[in-house]
Design a protein around this ligand. Structure first.
Ligand code: ADP
Length: 238
């Protein structure tokens, strides 16, 4: 029996994003199209300021494009109001940031449980998921600690557990190893590869690290708000 074709998780078409501040205006994205299939692991690379974070924010339903469309799991995000967009973000997407973004006044356990609780999970379910994912990322022995008592690697592993515990389909990570030493960076990368492989979670991440992009299935290069197809460019050279 042949496998049925799977629908993409995300289809972004001709995205443009212009930031306006007073007289100044910056075209952060200038016509970007990107499709993510279920189980994809895609690395975005490019110099600082080329638009990687902006693209991640739009794909993660954290912001809206100036023009262009994003279909997430078949739904046009432009058709959703702000509450519906928040629900998509809370229920279907997980985020990992370069500087971890843990809440300093909450324990590791409470940080991990927060997205599930905000999404309406029962406390017992959120607790069970917290323990499961804390163990998976190797932080289960630190559940009652506060973020400032953790190393950078432990903070990022906590952030990964927080991003996963509510059961997202898509994980978005903005330079997840950018603030870690190489050993902790490798551990975080191994964890991301494992959750992609074993849980089938689609990953879209921005990185400057060749080691990270080597682990991805696909590398997308950006420059000045557009995707640059290196293969096509080099094909045109010879
Ligand atoms: P990258 O993640 O590749 O470093 P960004 O997406 O952060 O790039 O930024 C792309 C461009 O948009 C840059 O010129 C940046 O200064 C500008 N930019 C990003 N966010 C804002 C904002 N909130 N307001 C104004 N300009 C912004």
């Amino acid at each position: 029996m042949s496998a049925l074709p799977t629908s993409p998780i995300l289809v972004a078409t001709d995205l443009r994003k212009r930031y306006v501040a007073g007289e100044a205006s910056v075209a952060a994205l200038d016509g970007v199209s990107l499709t993510l299939a279920p189980g994809d692991f895609v690395a975005l690379m490019g110099p600082s300021g080329c638009g990687k974070s902006t693209l991640l924010h739009l794909c993660g339903a954290m912001d809206r494009p100036s023009s262009g469309t994003i279909a997430f799991e078949g739904r046009d995000l432009a058709s959703l109001n702000d509450d519906e967009l928040t629900r998509v973000r809370r229920e279907r997407i997980g985020f990992v940031f370069q500087f971890f973004n843990l809440l300093p006044t909450l324990t590791v356990a409470d940080n991990i449980a927060l997205p599930s609780l905000l999404g309406g999970a029962r406390t017992a379910d959120a607790d069970a998921r917290t323990r499961e994912f804390a163990d998976r990322v190797g932080i289960g022995h630190r559940l009652t600690h506060f973020p400032q008592q953790l190393s950078g690697g432990e903070m990022q592993r906590t952030a990964i557990a927080r991003a996963l515990a509510h059961g997202p389909a898509l994980l978005i990570a903005d330079e997840p190893t950018g603030n870690l030493d190489s050993e902790n960076g490798r551990r975080v990368l191994a964890l991301l590869s494992e959750i992609n492989r074993e849980l089938g979670i689609t990953i879209l991440l921005a990185t400057h690290s060749v080691e990270v992009s080597d682990a991805a299935h696909r590398v997308v290069h950006m420059r000045d708000g557009v995707l640059v197809d290196l293969d096509a460019r080099s094909a045109g050279v010879g």
